[in-house]
Design a protein around this ligand. Structure first.
Ligand code: NAG
Length: 459
């Protein structure tokens, strides 16, 4: 009998309170009814407590919010059909936390009518480091010494930075931090990036391990701005709290269609683009991007066709990418409830070459240190020696050619080429660069002849 009784009790949830919202003083407490209890400060919209199955996940001194906090905000709540909507409002921001009965997920949406004056729009969860010690290792900086700016550190002989947690938007649907029996994950599903900027290959900070465990959704920033910012409804995105494992990227947010959120466009107000392409460079993944001043989307191409759904109505510039390089552009108009079509084909010049180093794909993939540059500083001892190197046509491999040239570090790069008599004559040397900093740009010397310095390089 004793064993039987123990068995029964272990099936019962432990002291779960009922779903709902209660407010006492400046604390608004939202209970999922399934183990997640979120407390929001009604003076400013900060999340000041995030308790999961009795464990505090929120850092006690630095809170969870947009930007570095909104200062002051009007916080209201409503509960309808087992859905709690918490609205945090300022003159330019309407930020939502939405909790469904029985689901340990904060569904989030951020309407911004203007870019915040700090010049970026981000959501940051500053979580308890002791409850959630495990983040992205290359972004764990706690106790490190600063080596560049205020954000790149040296720790245990490795360079570390929050920037080394970034993942291309096209792949970044779920990222999170974990601890014993608990995981907190940011999910950016479906159309979650439509109001962000930078396109499918843009990447931004996901995580930093400081005295807190910081979990981010950077909607836009000037860390490496490539495009004008957008305004409107950002998201939906979500924070899912689990017993450790990562949640699915295909978060169902369709229930939000009926909540009347500011700036939110439901599925019924959206359309589809279906298209074809041909003649792309073999071996490179094909991505089709769409953008206008209000929204951006992308979809992978496969076997010459693609279908991108859930787009807001409007006229878009469409881009065919081979790898990350723009190979063709077109225009397409999207209407709600309709499917529009477009045909794309590469117009990118790929002249035949006597020799070439690397692949024209808009990235330094395959070059020396290209596999490391996104997760460590160029000075990191784990990097391959930057040189300067001498590259011999016919015998050197592309993996010995540096992915970046620094005037003070590996200048010049020497390419040795012995031309046969039939190869001598007027020839063109093309150098493709993906980006440049502080006015850096390539200049060449061939035997005794030196080119002019190019006037400058944008991104
Ligand atoms: C709520 O915010 C106000 C205003 O910033 C602050 O004075 C107060 O201490 C906060 N309350 C909590 C519990 O953090």
């Amino acid at each position: 009998m004793k064993f039987f009784a123990v068995g029964i009790f272990s099936l019962l949830p432990v002291a779960l309170a009922a779903f709902g919202v209660t407010t006492s003083g400046s604390n608004m407490v939202v209970d999922s009814g399934a183990g997640l209890v979120t407390t929001i400060n009604t003076s400013n919209g900060d999340i000041t407590s995030l308790v999961f199955n009795g464990k505090q996940l929120q850092d006690p001194s630095k809170f969870t919010h947009l930007s570095s906090g909104l200062g002051s905000a009007t916080v209201t709540s409503s509960v309808v059909n087992n859905i709690a909507v918490i609205t945090v409002k300022t003159s330019t921001i309407t930020h939502y936390y939405i909790v469904r009965s029985g689901v340990n997920t904060l569904y989030i949406g951020t309407y911004a009518s203007a870019e915040p004056s700090v010049g970026e729009l981000r959501f940051i969860a500053r979580l308890s480091k002791s409850a959630l010690p495990n983040g992205v290792v290359s972004a764990e900086v706690n106790g490190g010494s600063v080596i560049e700016g205020s954000d790149v550190f040296l720790l245990n002989g490795q360079t570390r930075s929050k920037f080394y947690s970034s993942v291309r938007f096209i792949e970044d649907q779920v990222h999170g931090v974990t601890g014993s029996g608990v995981g907190v994950y940011m999910i950016i599903p479906g159309v979650g990036y439509e109001t962000s900027s930078g396109g499918p290959f843009f990447r931004d900070i996901d995580n930093q391990g400081s005295a807190q465990q910081e979990l981010y959704f950077y909607m836009n920033s000037n860390h490496q701005q490539t495009e004008t910012y957008r305004t409107g409804f950002f998201g939906p995105y979500a924070i899912a709290v689990t017993t450790g494992s990562a949640p699915s990227a295909s978060l169902d947010t369709i229930f939000m269609d009926n909540l009347g959120l500011q700036g939110y466009v439901p599925a019924s107000g959206r359309g589809t683009v279906s298209g074809t392409y041909s003649g792309t460079f073999s071996g490179l993944p094909v991505t089709i991007g769409f953008k206008n001043s209000a929204a951006q989307y992308w979809i992978a191409g496969s076997d010459g066709s693609f279908t991108r759904n859930m787009m807001k109505p409007g006229t878009y510039s469409a881009t065919l990418f081979e790898g990350e390089i723009e190979a063709d552009t077109g225009t397409v108009t999207v209407s709600a409830g309709r499917t529009s079509s477009i045909t794309l084909a590469p117009t990118l010049s790929r002249p035949s070459t006597i020799w070439s180093i690397g692949t024209v794909d808009g990235t330094p993939a395959g070059f020396l240190n290209a596999d490391k540059i996104q997760t460590m500083h160029p000075s990191d001892s784990r990097m391959g020696n930057w040189g300067p190197i001498t590259y011999t046509i016919g015998s050197s491999s592309a993996s010995s050619f540096p992915m970046a040239q620094f005037k003070g570090v590996n200048n010049p790069t020497t390419i040795k080429w012995t031309a046969s008599s039939s190869q001598i004559g007027a020839r063109t040397l093309r150098i493709r660069t993906t980006e440049a900093f502080v006015g850096g740009r390539p200049q060449i010397t061939v035997n005794s002849w030196t080119s002019n310095a190019p006037s400058g390089m944008g991104l």
